[in-house]
Ligand binder design. Structure first.
Ligand code: DX5
Ligand code: ZN
Length: 219
């Protein structure tokens, strides 16, 4: 399977959001990565339902919604209504993760679990077969444009081994500091979906940048 590229709209121009949504529509990107932050789970506040709904109104590709919020169970239905196709919650924010994941799937969305850089992959051992996606954070969540944490490669390999051992099929997505210089190594380690915020939106030609990330091949 060719890897997925998901530009993060956190780095978009919020005063001209529709232009950036149309840019992603036109590009070779696969998903919209939508970062929701509550100022409690992470030290930043991004945007909520009105913005997600507005993006969905113009988006021609699935919304990959990354919830950096405490107790996400309160809002699963609302994110479904706002247009999420994939809904990812943080392992560190869920007391009853199995219940949360089951509810996301019952609502008709794909279920993802995100791991902070300090959280080991093996905490997913007993839930991996229920997941559609694991999001490995390669920065501490909260902000775009941070430096990629090198330990991520080892985590991806460990997750790949866990999936093989448990016969689980999940998308392995990496989020934070992804760019054209580390893409090949991430794919080689076993990632098959990459989020890119700053790399795309700070590029002179974001469509060309997305195409470049998409065309990197490891075969
Ligand atoms: C960080 C967010 C990321 C962020 C990535 O908390 O989850 O999705 O937008 O941005 P870059 O690619 O700039 O690190
Ligand atoms: Zn994210």
């Amino acid at each position: 399977m060719k890897h997925i590229i998901a530009p993060s709209i956190l780095s978009a121009d919020f005063a001209n959001l529709q232009d950036d949504v149309e840019m992603i529509n036109e590009s070779s990107a696969d998903w919209f990565h939508v970062d929701v932050m509550d100022g409690v789970f992470v030290p930043n506040i991004s945007f909520g339902f009105p913005v997600v709904t507005a993006v969905n109104h113009h988006a021609k590709k699935p919304l990959d919604v990354h919830l950096m919020i405490v107790d996400p169970d309160r809002y699963l239905e609302d994110f479904k209504k706002a247009g999420a196709s994939i809904l990812t919650v943080h392992y560190e924010a869920c007391t009853h993760l199995h219940r949360t994941v089951s509810k996301i799937k019952e609502l008709g969305m794909k279920a993802g679990v995100a791991l902070n850089p300090h959280t080991p992959v093996n905490v997913l051992e007993d839930i991996i077969n229920d997941l559609d996606l694991v999001l490995i954070m390669s920065v501490n969540p909260g902000f775009g444009g941070q430096k990629f944490i090198e330990n991520t490669y080892e985590k991806i390999r460990t997750l790949r081994q866990l999936c093989e051992r448990k016969n689980a099929t999940v998308i392995i997505e990496v989020d934070g500091g992804v760019n054209k210089h580390n893409t090949a190594a991430l794919l080689k380690a076993g990632a098959n979906a990459l989020v890119a915020g700053n790399a795309v939106f700070s590029a002179e030609d974001p469509i060309a940048e997305i195409a470049e990330l998409k065309k990197i091949n490891i075969e």
